[in-house]
Design a protein around this ligand. Structure first.
Ligand code: C6P
Length: 422
């Protein structure tokens, strides 16, 4: 038996039992509050996730007991801070199955990871007339760095289009790969549509032509197991704050061989081995790309987030969120006057929608009055909006703490939008 949208109720129920979200939400103190007199329903995890108590505690503990600069002191506090900072790096390595922890570069977030590669790799290897392939569903942070470089060097951006459901046209991607292609940089899961792109296939197509592949994993990392070796990527960037860790910290992973050959992105302390006024010898990985005092507390918080996710299990989280997304898509899709934007067969926990009755910002305002947090606007993906000839969507995005009750509250509040504006 299947439901109206082709779902198998047994499979749906099985997915919804993959984790106990009702229990897990108790790990997130912020969720236990009222907004505008209503229980908070947080459906904006694609913008940033909430933080479990273990992450908050790790940061407080660092500042309360261990605060010192890393890699700089022989004193006990500095050694403790360094140990915790490096233990977090090892946790990240394990989490993404990277071969070496020195390949895990701490950055501010996905944006900085993408800028680092565009700036360092691009400046070293790109020549006028070269091409970088991105997709039509990139976040601005995977467009603008290449564009800036393009203006400087004369590199052209090629854009893989997608169909009305939000699925990439892979044959077009394949035909774009050519002698001039120097990089494929692609979003793993679209923040505006939820589409999960076939990045493993894309990587093997690109590699067959000797082209390196960068993945923007900002939206995939908190929702599914990521194995950088299995995906076959060369660079992967993601943000701590979208995976239940703190803001201000993220990761660029890259293959050591490529990172070793790249020039530093920023310079200063820590990234050097020796400095004279005549010459500077750069440090080894990862220090070469970590100039200045890093976000130590952020890295430690990220390590705690990784351990938290590992304890639950990424495969279980993926199954649960997929079922919840299907439940939400079915409920929203059956409301007259609501149109889902992004209906790819393979998609993650993002429900972007528009309504006949109201503009996205009006939807957001009514939902907020009901205690429901969603994001409205172009989601830093204006080319996606242009593709559908719309200016904005309302976007409900899921995390491991969301439940069917949250979706039901959203549906009820959308009915209210129709009452007010319809
Ligand atoms: N998307 C959203 O609401 P930073 O800001 O560096 O942590 O992440 C940038 C980024 C890069 N790629 C994708 C696919 C993203 O979704 C984001 C951030 C947020 O959708 C804020 S715009």
């Amino acid at each position: 038996m299947t439901t109206a949208t082709g779902q198998n109720p047994a499979a749906l129920a099985d997915g919804l039992n993959a984790i106990d979200a009702h229990r897990l939400r108790r790990d997130f103190p912020i969720l236990n509050q009222e907004i505008n007199g209503q229980p908070l329903v947080y459906l904006d995890s694609a913008a940033t996730t909430q933080k479990p108590q273990v992450v908050i505690d790790a940061i407080v503990d660092y500042y309360t007991r261990n605060n010192a600069n890393v890699h700089r002191g022989v004193h006990t506090l500095s050694q403790r801070a360094t140990d915790d900072y490096e233990r977090a790096r090892e946790a990240v390595r394990r989490f993404i199955n990277a071969p070496e922890s020195c390949e895990v570069i701490y950055v501010r977030g996905t944006t900085e990871g993408l800028n680092l590669v565009a700036s360092s790799y691009g400046r070293k290897y790109f020549k006028p007339g070269d091409e970088v392939i991105v997709t039509g569903m990139e976040h601005h942070s995977n467009i603008v760095p290449w564009q800036i470089l393009g203006k400087e060097i004369g590199v052209k951006l090629r854009v893989v289009p997608f169909n009305d459901d939000g699925e990439l046209l892979l044959d077009q991607f394949e035909s774009m790969l050519g002698d001039r292609t120097r990089m494929v940089s692609v979003v793993h899961q679209s923040n505006a549509l939820g589409t999960v792109n076939p990045v493993k296939t894309m990587a093997s197509l690109a590699h067959a032509r000797g082209v390196p592949v960068m993945l923007d994993a900002a939206q995939s990392i908190p929702h599914m197991p990521i194995d950088v070796q299995d995906l076959g990527a060369d660079f992967v960037a993601f943000s701590g704050h979208k995976m239940y860790g703190p803001t201000g910290i993220g990761v660029l992973w890259g293959r050591a061989e490529l990172l070793d050959a790249m020039p530093p992105y920023q310079s200063g302390g820590e990234m050097i081995r020796s400095v004279t006024f005549e010459e500077t010898i750069y440090n080894d990985l990862p220090a070469k790309f970590e100039a200045g005092t890093p976000d130590i507390a952020g890295a430690i918080g990220l390590g705690a987030a990784v351990e938290y996710l590992e304890a639950i299990g990424m495969a279980r989280i993926a199954r649960y969120e997929h079922a919840l997304m299907r439940y939400g898509a079915e409920r929203l899709g059956s409301i007259a006057g609501v149109r889902l934007v992004g209906t790819a067969a393979n998609k993650g926990g993002v429900l972007s929608f528009i309504m006949d009755a109201a503009h996205a910002h009006d939807i957001g305002t009514i939902l907020d009055a009901a205690g429901i947090a969603v994001r409205t606007g172009h989601h830093c993906a204006q080319p996606v909006m242009a593709r559908y000839e719309i200016s904005a969507t309302a976007r409900a995005s899921l995390g491991l703490y969301n439940t069917t009750d949250d979706i039901d509250a959203l549906v009820k509040a959308i009915d209210r939008v129709i009452e007010v504006f319809g």
